[in-house]
Ligand binder design. Structure first.
Ligand SMILES: Nc1ncnc2c1ncn2[C@@H]1O[C@H](COP(=O)(O)OP(=O)(O)OP(=O)(O)O)[C@@H](O)[C@H]1O
Length: 269
């Protein structure tokens, strides 16, 4: 792989008067034991926009994404330093109730991972654990989230069938419905369509574009066309460094950093 200078970076300055920032990181570093996986990542995520994280395999996209709602806490060797600012609160600080925080910053994983329960119970599981018992409210939540995830029409007569009987694409949309049941501000998605066929992929993409009305979305994707189709902003990762952050249009038409140009034009990665 070609060497690139890490001094050569470009970050689109977001004017806080024009852009409401839903989440940001300041000098975020991630280590797995002695492996330094993310270097000084400072990014801002605008509210009600989709930001794509792109870069070659091993560049640190998933590590960075997982840090945003402290999923790396579950990895014994992982250490995360720096700030993750959410509503004036550093959620990477001590004393943060991660269970509570993840109600605001939800996550959808690469492989659809519905619980081995009914469609209805998948969505109501977390809200019930948080104390919601009112059947009418739970019914409304199931309908709302399945509609938002574009699954309602297909499953409304079978809400008590097993989620595992759904197709892969439907299962992933159920996982999105489950993630938005708690009405998070921010939705993190780690390659949510990589295990899906092209038709299911395009339905998931359409779902995400509609969800942008109500949620701030940060998505890791290997698929350049997908990043270009659905995202407003793109951050390019290379060997643990964020080398460029800009509007998706700029990244794909006139990147400012050579490594970005090489990656999006398919010269490496
Ligand atoms: N659970 C883990 N334990 C130890 N090291 C890890 C772990 N997860 C990732 N790493 C290391 O961190 C670095 C970044 O990996 P990461 O998976 O974040 O990259 P990525 O860009 O998301 O890659 P991919 O596109 O292949 O998913 C790599 O060196 C990887 O080996």
């Amino acid at each position: 792989m070609k060497d690139y200078s890490f001094d050569e970076t470009y970050f689109l300055p977001l004017d806080p008067k024009k852009h409401e920032i839903a989440l940001s990181t300041e000098d975020l570093n991630v280590f797995y034991g002695t492996n330094h996986a993310i270097y000084d990542a400072s990014l801002q995520f605008e509210r009600f926009k989709i930001t794509a994280l792109i870069g070659a395999s091993g560049s640190g996209k998933s590590t960075y994404l997982r840090s945003l709602n402290r999923m790396n806490d579950n990895i014994a060797s992982a250490k995360v330093t720096g700030k993750i600012m959410y509503r004036d609160l550093d959620i990477n600080g001590n004393g943060i109730d991660t269970y509570e925080m993840r109600k605001h910053i939800g996550m959808v994983f690469q492989r659809p991972n519905p619980f081995s329960k009914s469609i209805y119970d998948n969505i109501t599981f977390a809200p019930k654990r948080h104390g919601l018992k009112d059947k009418k409210k739970l019914d409304e939540m199931v309908e709302r989230t399945l509609k938002e995830a574009a699954l309602w029409d297909q499953v409304k007569d079978d809400l008590h069938q097993s989620a595992l009987a759904l197709s892969g694409g439907q299962q992933q949309r159920l996982c999105i419905a489950r993630a938005i049941a708690m009405e998070p501000d921010i939705l993190l998605l780690d390659e949510p369509a990589s295990a899906l066929d092209p038709i299911s992929t395009s339905t998931v993409e359409e779902t995400l574009i509609r969800l942008r009305e109500h949620y701030t979305i940060i998505i890791v994707t290997h698929n350049m066309q997908q990043a270009a189709r659905i995202s407003d902003y793109t951050a390019f990762f290379h060997l643990g460094h964020v080398l460029e952050f800009n509007t998706t249009k700029e990244i794909f038409t006139t990147p400012k950093v050579q490594a970005t140009d090489d990656y999006v034009s398919g010269h490496f990665g």
